[in-house]
Design a protein around this ligand. Structure first.
Ligand SMILES: Cc1ncc(COP(=O)(O)O)c(C=O)c1O
Length: 396
């Protein structure tokens, strides 16, 4: 199919949940994607924070083909080795005692909410079922995840949502204290609100949440689906802050581009979940977990993490220098290899200008550009993107 045929067929046969730019991606290599017309794009989207190792990583490809020849799927009715190896690796590298595998970020959030409510039911004689979430958060599109997402635009037309959810202001502990009730069993928060505009949590805020949860008998859930797994410069974002949750959700980069989500939990939470309480047909299959093992090995290498920190600092430094020179740039935010830049222009229009110049970036709200490069990015790629940004601002 040629480019135009693909675009026309998409318009005819798919549910219109996405609005996409008019090109068709065909292959990728390292930091670059190529479309069906042979155009090359420097990728600062990473399939929305998924392709941490870029495109065509040799070891990932070898792992996929090797494991695919052996066994792709069994269901969770049976033991498979890659699943337990990956779970052990996640436990050994984190605060957690146990892992539940699923297929996506939203599913990881669903499981986290269910586990928290189960803990609340088992531990308290009076109702302990409410979830406290943050305004401007994003946790996914399934009903539970959507219900704790603090942005009305995603709720519209899908109500009624899950009952028992309250919202407080992000980075505002007083607001949290006002909204908490004796029935609150868990607080869910992103250590960095990514979809909500690339807004990092303040350390004091997360520390305060941890203390409140300990004092008032609530679980702390960190949603690290987008910011976790090395993007912050630490393997887990909570390690950047030095504040440990009780439940942690992961997904995006874990499967190396294949669907894999995980929920990491303390024993205190896991003890109340037994056979039949929660499940997933596909979750944690041997193929995805084999890839997850490779991805995790690579992302937890201290040298890899150091490079993420160095390149993250370089990205933020270059963007701040651009801000100093161009008054159209209002604010630069982020940690590690995620950056959000507010400008006086509509972000969507800027994304289009980048694309015309062979660079893919995305938005995080109407005026915020989001930069999410694969974690293998080098300085020369960052230079190219910031230079293109400068050129766009000069010509707009
Ligand atoms: C923090 C966070 N949680 C959950 C999700 C949902 O993940 P998925 O799209 O894999 O369901 C996202 C997706 O962007 C996210 O950023």
């Amino acid at each position: 199919m040629r480019t135009r045929e693909v675009i026309e067929a998409e318009a005819k046969y798919l549910v219109h949940t996405y609005s996409r730019p008019p090109f068709v991606l065909e292959r990728g290599n390292g930091m670059h994607l190529f479309d069906t017309e042979g155009n090359r794009y420097l990728d600062f989207v990473s399939g929305i924070a998924v392709n941490a190792l870029g495109y065509g990583d040799y070891e990932i490809l070898e792992t996929i083909s090797g494991q695919a020849r052996n066994l792709i799927h069994t269901s969770n009715l049976f033991y498979t080795e890659p699943q337990v190896v990956l779970a052990k690796m996640l436990v050994e590298r984190s605060f957690a005692d146990r892992v539940f595998f699923c297929n996506s970020g939203a599913e990881a959030v669903e499981a986290a909410l269910k586990f928290a409510r189960r803990w609340g039911h088992e531990n308290f004689s009076s109702p302990k079922v409410r979830i406290l979430a943050m305004h401007n958060s994003f946790h996914g599109r399934t009903y539970g995840a959507l219900s704790v997402t603090g942005q009305n635009k995603y709720h519209k037309g899908f109500e009624p949502l899950l009952p028992g959810v309250d919202f407080a202001h992000f980075n505002d502990l007083d607001s949290v204290k006002k909204v908490l009730t004796p029935q609150t069993c868990a607080v869910i928060v992103e250590p960095l609100q990514a979809e909500g505009g690339v807004v990092p949590a303040e350390e004091e805020f997360l520390r305060g949440l941890r203390e409140l949860c300990d004092e008032r008998g609530m679980l702390l859930i960190f949603d690290e689906v987008q910011f976790g797994l090395a993007r912050s410069g630490e393997l887990f974002a909570y390690q950047h802050y030095g504040v440990e949750p009780d439940i942690l959700t992961l997904a995006k980069p874990l499967g190396g581009g294949l669907p894999l989500g995980a929920v990491l939990v303390r024993e205190e939470v896991a003890q109340y979940i037994g056979p039949g309480d929660h499940a997933s047909t596909f979750g944690g299959g041997p193929l995805v977990c084999s890839v997850g093992i490779k991805v995790l090995e690579k992302l937890s290498d201290p040298k890899f993490l150091m490079r993420v920190r160095e390149n993250g600092d370089y990205l933020h430094d270059r963007l701040r220098r651009l801000q100093a020179r161009r008054s159209e740039v209002k604010e630069v935010r982020g940690i590690g290899l995620i950056a959000g830049v507010d400008t006086e222009f509509e972000a969507k229009a800027l994304v289009e200008e980048f694309r015309k110049r062979g660079v893919l970036v995305c938005t995080a709200g109407s005026n915020t550009l989001r930069f999410l490069p694969p974690l293998i990015v080098e300085r020369r790629h960052i230079d190219e993107v910031v230079d293109v940004f400068h050129e766009i601002l000069e010509q707009t």
